[in-house]
Design a protein around this ligand. Structure first.
Ligand code: COA
Length: 698
């Protein structure tokens, strides 16, 4: 796939310049100086040679075939070059030129024309507005980056040219190697998804790294990412919010979704490892590119100093890794060669006067314990330690091991040579112990992901005719919000239970309704202008008598009228008072790139402050529903604390799956909000107290 980009037999550079320092000159220079051995054709109407290479006035003058065109002419000339590509049967182009949608309306128009023109001519292209591409195995540097990365197992793509340059500049002195380096620019044709697929197929790429700001087709991205990440680790640094979630949201679910919820969910659901900083991106890539992943969570730490060992242990504690004691006979073995004041438990502190021999023997002993899944070796540069000999000893043992060994040689100057030795033998070094732990932790999670069975998608069949009729009725009336009663009816179709309730226009009707339902009851204001009823004092709980009803009716209606004078007050809803249960919130929202998402969270009036919520993109699998409940901070409350009974977690899972199912039945649902939703004790289900729906679009 994308063969002519990554294995071209010949390259033409259109806009090759005679002037050193111009982009069109530096690209030709890079292609030649880094050793690309195949045909190179600079194109310049006025030159006969560029960088010592015969130059041609136009693409059409080249005698042979051209596989790849690198276009670096000013923006007004790009379309004509694309036409020439078509005429010359060149199907692949890298467009470096800027001045397209990133530059305003005229540029955006030009970009749309470019897309059309490229399609017409059968040309696939990377860019525009990009830095170019690099393939270290081909010794091809078709970019204007200064320097050539070393060969290695990391395939990197980036939406930002500046991030490409920063990554390259940082990688060079650290000896970090890449297979391919792709600057995607405006991504108006070839996308992150295409590149992920190409890197998945590339034998030289062990780990895929990406920097993205936004994506256009979230569903396609997820489908591809889920497949690719089973094959190779995919690590993404995501920034640059798209504003997709910034639309005015009238529900809790919508406002809580924020801008990043969809990406977060998409990454979790597809096994993408998310990096939050460029440093993370590097660290994770280094670990994956050089070491095998741990089969389990058990880690051993070997250190020559207490403090850094404890920092590493603390970091393990906060991660999902576990420090387990070494086997008894191996602890005895350690005692035969370590000083008696050493620490024989995990972290194993071999003390500050250690030489390379202690590191070597300790590592060999630890490796005899088969329950240890990975090892982190910390070295503080004391005066007695021979850093390079220690690095060599570690590297010798780590070679070919099926378990990961990560190092953290602390400091800079005195450990640099040792780090170079470690890197040479594929033992990655991390500046700080916590970073080594973080890298081990993501590797452990990746192993879990890679070995996780295929997800299970439940097959519901819901007789949803009634819900369909309600939605169609709302659409016919050109409304975007459902009335409370309509929202309830829709949810009832999907198995949600609501308290008994009855609408009352007057105080007398309210008393009659309360008697029929049975005291105690709840009273709620019914007005289309009141969205969050309790926020403005529109809800009264636990009303126990006719008198209390009459008083509450008067107070609520007067109060609401005072606060929102324009409010139309239809009356009140009298509702059965549900006792017990814990407040949760569930809902549906729609992201422009990823489509519907289901939300779960702990409810109550602090929901928007605490934001203890989780999202998954639909369709939800059983595993998604299971995980999203458990990843909230307050999940232990559902398990029950201080002797409380456990909540009906299975009923919540089922409800989330039903919401997912409902959103696929009705694509035009924009938002649904079930809040509060009460979860009763195990076996007793859930009861929805209030719900809101908005619909629109397709
Ligand atoms: N075919 C062949 N050669 C052409 C040409 C065409 N249609 N049009 C121009 N050229 C030649 C010029 O003669 C010139 O050669 P010379 O210097 O030997 O005279 C060379 O191509 C460059 O053209 P020039 O008009 O000097 O443009 P430029 O070098 O000032 O700028 C770009 C061209 C593409 C670099 C510039 O428009 C641009 O987009 N710069 C930003 C690039 C960028 O930042 N990309 C994103 C990175 S993340």
């Amino acid at each position: 796939m994308l063969d002519n980009f990554f294995n071209p037999e010949s390259i033409a550079i259109v806009g090759a310049s005679r002037t050193p320092g111009k982009v069109g000159h530096d690209i030709v220079e890079n292609i030649i100086q880094y050793g690309y051995e195949r045909a190179v054709y600079p194109i310049n109407p006025q030159a006969s040679t560029i960088c010592g290479q015969k130059s041609y006035p136009s693409l059409l003058d080249i005698p042979g075939n051209v596989d790849l065109a690198v276009i670096v002419v000013p923006s007004q000339g790009v379309l004509e070059v694309i036409d020439q590509c078509g005429e010359k049967n060149i199907d692949s182009a890298v467009i470096i030129t800027a001045g397209f949608k990133e530059s305003g309306t005229a540029g955006a128009r030009l970009e749309r024309e470019l897309i059309d023109r490229a399609k017409k001519n059968g040309v696939r292209f990377i860019g525009p507005n990009c830095l170019g591409i690099i393939d270290t195995n081909l010794k091809l540097n078709a970019s204007f980056a200064a320097g050539m990365p070393l060969r290695g197992g990391i395939g990197f793509f980036s939406q930002s040219g500046a991030i490409c340059l920063a990554v390259l500049d940082r990688a060079l002195p650290d000896g970090i190697g890449f297979s391919k380096f792709i600057s995607l620019g405006n991504k108006s044709d070839i996308s992150d998804t295409d590149i992920m697929l190409a890197l998945a197929e590339d034998d030289n790429t062990r780990v895929i790294l990406g920097y993205i700001e936004g994506i256009d087709n979230g569903r396609e991205f997820m489908e591809v990412a889920a497949r690719v990440s089973k094959k190779k680790p995919v690590i993404i640094l995501k920034s640059g919010v798209t504003g997709s979630g910034a639309k005015a949201a009238s529900s809790h679910t919508g406002s809580l979704a924020g801008r990043e919820a969809a990406f977060d969910a998409a990454f979790k659901q597809t096994g993408i490892i998310r990096a939050y900083t460029i440093n993370d991106l590097f660290n994770y890539a280094l670990a994956f590119a050089n070491q095998p992943v741990p089969e389990g969570p058990h880690v051993a730490i070997i250190t020559n100093s207490g403090g850094p060992g404890i920092l590493a242990a603390d970091a393990c504690d906060k991660s999902d890794l576990q420090l387990v004691p070494l086997r008894k006979d191996l602890v005895d073995e350690l005692r035969t060669f370590l000083p008696s004041v050493a620490s024989f438990y995990n972290p194993i502190d071999i003390l500050g006067d250690s030489g390379s021999d202690r590191y070597e023997k300790t590592l060999l002993t630890v490796l005899k314990d088969k329950k240890i899944d990975g090892i982190i070796i910390i070295l503080t540069p004391t005066a007695v330690v021979d850093v390079d000999a220690t690095a060599m000893a570690i590297a010798n043992i780590a070679q070919g091991l099926a378990r990961p060994v990560l190092a953290s040689f602390l400091g800079k100057q005195s450990v640099q040579a040792g780090i170079t030795t470690l890197m040479k033998y594929h033992v990655p070094n991390f500046s700080y112990p916590e970073e080594a732990v973080a890298a081990m932790n993501v590797m452990y999670h990746y192993n879990l992901w890679q070995n996780s069975p295929a997800k299970t998608y439940p097959d519901f069949s819901v007789l949803n005719r009634e819900a369909r009729d309600i939605f169609q009725g709302v659409m016919k009336e050109k409304r975007s919000h459902l009335k409370d009663s309509e929202s309830q009816e829709v949810l009832k179709t999907y198995g949600f239970r609501f308290p008994k309730n009855s609408f009352a226009r007057t105080s007398a009707e309210a008393i009659q309704a309360a008697r029929t339902i049975g005291y105690p009851v709840v009273m709620k204001i019914m007005s289309p202008q009141v969205i969050h009823k309790s926020d403005i004092g529109g809800v009264r709980l636990n009303l126990k008598s006719d008198d209390e009803i009459a008083k509450a009716f008067f107070e609520i209606t007067t109060h609401v009228r005072n606060i929102i004078p324009s409010a139309q007050i239809y009356g009140v809803m009298i509702q059965e008072m549900i006792k017990g249960g814990k407040e949760i919130i569930a809902g549906i929202t729609k992201d422009p790139q990823f489509g519907h998402m289901v939300m779960f969270g702990m409810g109550g009036i602090y929901v928007e402050v605490l934001k203890d919520i989780s999202f998954r993109i639909t369709p939800l699998s059983l595993e998604d529903a299971h995980d999203m409940i458990r990843e909230t901070r307050t999940f232990p409350l559902l398990r029950g604390v201080r002797g409380e009974p456990e909540a009906d977690i299975a009923a919540i899972e089922n409800a989330l799956l039903m919401l997912s199912h409902m959103s696929s039945d009705f694509p035009y649902i924009l938002e649904a909000d079930i809040n509060p939703l009460l979860v009763m004790e195990r076996g007793k289900g859930i009861v929805a107290l209030d719900a809101r729906f908005s619909i629109g679009g397709d």
